[in-house]
Design a protein around this ligand. Structure first.
Ligand code: NAD
Length: 260
């Protein structure tokens, strides 16, 4: 089955082969999508280009989502290359390392703004820039984490950012509904990526995870890729404004059986 044949997908957020965005890209490729990749800046190009080449992707554009001119440039390039776009994936998040340890109340004003700008506003900014070239029947997708709902120690400002991102998903879903564009988020369980390693205590949390999660298995970027295919294909044609958990069931457990 080629669930995405004839569809064009732009994926933002590949940093390396461990990135969730790369898991999604591979799944989209397997389902027959035409793909464009965008990465944060020159420093990542040497990692992203070979990955793109390995699956025959030629649209590979740098875009710092903190800059409106970068976003406009990549949208213009996508319009010129593809005409219309069916799928936009936002797999981007950032907070300064010093904001991801210790007490949340110590968050600086600048650190708060930066985390909200890169991790939340950029999804809205991309939606805004691509709105004129989104094909009806298409889908926007972002990545979130359970720290938006419950306190995950050290996740701090990112938890607040993810709560705002999930609210953005609902507002965007409302705005884009009449255009028949769906907007959803995947809430991923912990995966060992560059971004995750920036959170203090991540390794311990990662180990603890399988002892609590009903499926007793860690999450892989490929697991996220499968759900991304569902959320960006006609299989989910009436699903919008949702946060779908891909977390081995971790978030349904109120109290672990054994507490050490
Ligand atoms: P990653 O480090 O591979 O990806 C994060 C991406 O954000 C990188 O490609 C980075 O270049 C990009 N980025 C940061 N600042 C940017 C900017 N200014 N402009 C453009 N791109 C920028 O890590 P990941 O875990 O794959 O993260 C992807 C998404 O998944 C993030 O939103 C993250 O919060 C979310 N997520 C991750 C986990 C996990 O455990 N890894 C769990 C739930 C949600």
């Amino acid at each position: 089955m080629s669930l995405l044949a004839g569809k064009t997908a732009l994926v933002f957020g590949v940093a390396n082969d461990r990135s969730i965005a790369w898991g999604i890209t591979k799944a989209f490729h397997e389902q027959g999508a035409t793909i464009g990749l965008s990465y944060a800046g020159e420093a990542l190009e040497k990692r992203v280009r070979p990955l793109a080449e390995s699956i025959g992707v030629t649209f590979v554009e740098s875009c710092d989502v903190a800059k409106d001119e970068d976003i406009q440039a990549v949208a213009a390039k996508a319009a010129a290359t593809f005409g219309q776009v069916d799928i936009l994936v936002h797999s981007i998040g950032f907070a300064k390392k010093e904001e991801l340890s210790g007490a949340y109340y110590r968050t600086s004003r600048a650190g708060f703004h930066l985390a909200m700008d890169i991790s939340v506003y950029s999804f809205t900014a991309l939606a805004q820039a691509f709105q004129p070239i989104l094909r009806p029947g298409g889908a926007l997708l972002t990545l979130t984490y359970y720290g938006s709902e419950k306190v995950a120690p050290n996740y701090n400002v990112m938890g607040v950012a993810k709560a705002a991102l999930e609210a953005s998903v609902r507002y965007l879903a409302y705005d884009f509904g009449p255009q028949n564009i769906r907007v959803n988020a995947i809430s991923a369980g912990p995966i060992r990526t560059l971004a995750a390693m920036g959170v203090t205590g991540f390794k311990d949390m990662y180990k603890h995870f399988t002892a609590v999660a009903p499926l007793q298995q860690n999450i892989t970027p490929e697991d996220i890729g499968g759900t991304a295919v569902y959320l960006c294909s006609s299989l989910s044609s009436k699903v919008t404004g949702e946060v779908i958990y891909v977390d081995s069931g971790f978030s349904i457990v109120g109290m672990p059986e054994k507490m050490e």
